[in-house]
Design a protein around this ligand. Structure first.
Ligand code: 21W
Length: 393
């Protein structure tokens, strides 16, 4: 069960706002629990006051430290304490996902002109805002957090409400949706949705999502990572200009490959360079997926030397790391590259081994096809929170 402890002067706002529909069901099923602590109950003042004038002057009132501190102490949980504040980091889906892994979350709602800074310094672990506009207090923001976090907790949403492939997951907005009737005020439902062709519908929806995002929220398409380095911009390039790659460039690529980490530092890789046009054409015929080799400037066949005693079990990992280093370095140098798989398929490995006269103990992992790029691909953001599992799957 996930416990949301809300420190507030207005518990009725929180209880009133969240005890409906999906969240009510989750509360009734004991999946989540909302526990409001009324800060006023912890006032030591005979009139139950919790606010006072700011030192140094200025307008408005501030919430005092003592009642908030005592209310916090009453929870007796060592967990995140989130202060809802216009100065906080702006809340988003990623933060909601992270918080949905917690068992207890304390939400501190300010009111009036804010709270005594010493409370923030003393107990607050995160300061979160819900957007750049001014509200009257932190209660509605707290409800926003609870609502968005709760629906990510397993079993809060029913089967039909599931949250796979949601907006923001892939940094795309949602596609337009339609339900009955087929014609409303003369407006029809897009024909493709009535076709029953699920593959085409999927493609159409993705395209609509993309168009929607370009038009309404182009900012979502920008990489959120401020550094667009060679790792993030690297894409598989399969079309090349008929231009050569110099010996100097090749040497840098091989240096990058040989800088890869290897188990027990065995460095048990071997690189076979193919630059002869006829040889590249021949290589391109050995596997139907390797046709781009005939247009590439060069191929590096990355092989594992399994004769070494040390670390030879890891030749695949070592050679894969070397391959990735070469791909990233190629991108860094403005070259285009793609890796073509060979291992672990025996018959594919045999064809390459025969072609290159590899000795028995040298195994071809794959081929890197490299050239001056003749296609341009946008960086891709594959980041997916669903692939991240904490502590246990
Ligand atoms: C609004 C509190 C304005 C304080 C220093 C000197 C929580 C919120 C709130 C509120 C001020 C959130 C000042 C987006 C929000 C919230 C109430 C300004 C004046 N400070 N996210 N003078 N927007 N708002 N204090 O308003 O509590 S999360």
């Amino acid at each position: 069960m996930t416990n949301f402890h809300v420190l507030t002067l207005f518990p009725e706002i929180i209880y009133g706002g969240l005890n409906h529909s999906i969240l009510k069901r989750a509360i009734d099923k004991n999946i989540i629990n909302i526990n409001c602590i009324n800060i006023r109950d912890f006032s030591n003042d005979k009139n139950k006051r919790v606010d006072d004038y700011p030192y140094g002057g200025g307008y408005g009132m501030l919430m005092q430290a003592q009642p908030i501190y005592d209310a916090y102490k009453s929870i007796k949980k060592n967990c995140r304490v989130i202060y809802l504040s216009p100065q906080g980091k702006i809340f988003n889906q990623k933060t909601a996902y992270k918080l949905s892994m917690e068992n207890d979350i304390i939400l501190l709602c300010g009111h009036y002109e804010g709270i005594d800074q010493r409370i923030i310094d003393e107990i607050v672990t995160d300061e979160i805002s819900v957007g750049d506009y001014i509200l009257t207090g932190g209660e509605i923001p707290a409800m926003i957090l609870i609502d968005s976090i709760a629906r990510l907790i397993p079993n809060v949403l029913g089967k039909t409400e599931s949250f796979c492939n949601e907006s923001f997951e892939n940094n795309l907005l949602e596609y337009p949706q339609y339900t009955r009737p087929e014609i409303f005020n003369g407006r029809t439902v897009p024909e493709i949705l009535l076709s029953g062709n699920h593959n085409e519908i999927k493609k159409w929806r993705l395209k609509q999502s993309f168009i929607n995002t370009v038009v309404k929220r182009p900012d979502l398409l920008k990489m959120e990572d401020d550094k667009m380095n060679a790792i993030f911009t690297r894409r598989s390039i399969r079309k090349y200009k008929n231009e050569p790659i110099s010996d100097e460039q090749l040497e840098i690529l091989l240096k990058a490959g040989m800088s890869a980490p290897s188990a027990m530092n065995s460095q048990n890789w071997e690189f076979v360079i193919v630059r002869d046009k006829n040889h590249l054409s021949k290589l391109s015929t050995l596997n139907p997926y390797h046709q781009m080799l005939k247009d590439s400037a060069l191929a590096i066949v990355v092989c594992g030397n399994t004769s070494k005693i040390l670390g030879d079990e890891y030749w695949i990992q070592n050679c894969s790391a070397a391959t990735q280093n070469i791909l990233i370095q190629a991108n860094e140098m403005g070259l285009g590259a793609v890796w073509l798989g060979v291992a672990p398929y025996e018959e594919k490995m045999k064809k390459i081994s025969d072609n290159l006269n590899l000795p028995d103990y040298v195994k071809p992992l794959g081929i890197i096809s490299i050239g001056v790029p003749d296609e341009f691909k946008q960086p891709q953001n594959n980041f997916s929170l669903e692939k991240i599992h904490y502590e246990k799957f």
